[in-house]
Write a protein that binds this ligand. Structure first.
Ligand SMILES: Nc1ncnc2c1ncn2[C@@H]1O[C@H](COP(=O)(O)OP(=O)(O)OP(=O)(O)O)[C@@H](O)[C@H]1O
Ligand SMILES: [Mg+2]
Length: 345
């Protein structure tokens, strides 16, 4: 079935802001320092408005506002299962935190569909749903109300991660689901021992079983996201090719930096994916160019188009490569999976 331009509302609302950790530790949440903050109630501009808006206003000075640069070394993916010099099989577990504190930018859509396309390439993939909205779980056909244990139990009750992992309808694809009580974890984790490293410890116990782990982070920079960033080897940031998409990115980068300095020195912001790209708008191309100019080779060549089929798939509990395998969205995520993994299917 073909795709049509989407007129979807812009995603689920953010859950209540997560509290900053109260302790002697350096605060990982800083109030935004962007000189042009976006009012939370600002209506998303229509396509028409975007087309007539001064594009330069939306993107100009992005580099200055972000004020950070990344190591421009191109990321060369190492396919899982390479042989070592000694001829032994090397297990390269890659753990991606899919993060962006902005809500509704395509984190979950990218986690589910990229994960499913990794699985299609034969890579054993685990999706960890770290968002109390549980969108990744439902998008994979798992009902958060009918599961025995969830990521809440893993993080708060030391339940082994293995015990909460569910198989999905896709071969090689597994999910550690969220449940609604995960919302309380932001607060319940505050006094917990090793509170920032609980997910990391949980993943270590299953690390031999997977080639890829994708962590779907909530749209906040609280303790759940900090757990995701601390457990990850890499950060994947989806960026919507739209007005306001770049606001707040500097804050995310500063938080990634804080986690690197304090908790996870080898964390690598390796992958930026441009999503919801609408080729009909000038703004989308302008945003894409600006992001590429600023971030260089960590921005994936493959962009994800805006596509109605991508927004419909979750309500059927299916990733796009199952729901509509020949749609533009499926082809795009498939190519993205090849680009990121280096595996040519
Ligand atoms: N490429 C796309 N084309 C069309 N719709 C999309 C696309 N990507 C995501 N969407 C839709 O946009 C909305 C937000 O996407 P998604 O839930 O993936 O964002 P999110 O960043 O995970 O949101 P949250 O911050 O609330 O967790 C959803 O309705 C989703 O179906
Ligand atoms: Mg989400």
């Amino acid at each position: 079935m073909s795709d049509a331009p989407s007129t979807n509302p812009p995603g689920a609302p953010n859950p209540a802001g997560s509290p900053a950790a109260e302790s002697a530790d350096p605060p990982l949440y800083q109030p935004p320092s962007s000189p042009t903050p976006t009012p939370p109630s600002a209506p998303a501009p229509t396509v028409e408005a975007v087309n007539t808006a001064p594009v330069s206003t939306a993107v100009a000075g992005f580099s200055a506002r972000i004020g950070e640069t990344l190591d421009p070394t191109p990321h060369s993916p190492e396919p899982a299962g390479d042989l070592t010099a000694a001829g032994e099989k090397r297990h390269n577990l890659r753990i991606f935190a899919v993060a962006n504190q902005k809500g509704g930018v395509g984190k979950t859509t990218t986690t589910v569909n990229l994960g499913s396309c990794f699985a299609e390439l034969g890579l054993r993939t685990l999706i960890i749903d770290l968002d109390p909205q549980a969108n990744a779980s439902t998008g994979l056909g798992i009902n958060p109300r009918s599961i025995e244990s969830s990521m809440y139990d893993v993080l708060l009750h030391d339940t082994p991660l293995e015990d909460c992992i569910e198989a999905t309808a896709v071969k090689n694809l597994f999910c550690a689901p969220a449940s609604l009580d995960l919302a309380g974890a932001e607060i319940e984790l505050v006094p917990a021992f090793n509170r920032e490293r609980r997910l990391k410890a949980a993943i270590e116990a299953v690390s031999e079983d997977y080639d890829y782990v994708l962590i779907d982070c909530p749209p906040s920079l609280g303790l759940l996201t900090v757990n995701g960033l601390t457990a990850a080897t890499e950060v994947l940031v989806p960026i919507q090719c739209e007005y306001y998409a770049l606001e707040g990115l500097g804050q995310l980068l500063r938080n990634v930096d804080l986690v690197k300095k304090n908790l996870n020195p080898t964390l690598d912001l390796s992958t930026i994916v441009l999503v919801m790209f609408d080729a009909r708008t000038k703004l989308a191309s302008q945003v894409a160019k600006e992001v590429r100019d600023h971030f260089g080779p960590v921005v994936c060549r493959q962009v994800i188009p805006r596509s109605v089929r991508l927004s419909e798939a979750p309500s059927f509990g299916q990733p796009i490569n199952v729901f509509d395998p020949t749609s533009r969205g499926a082809l795009a995520y498939r190519d993205l999976a090849k680009e990121v993994s280096g595996v040519d299917g």
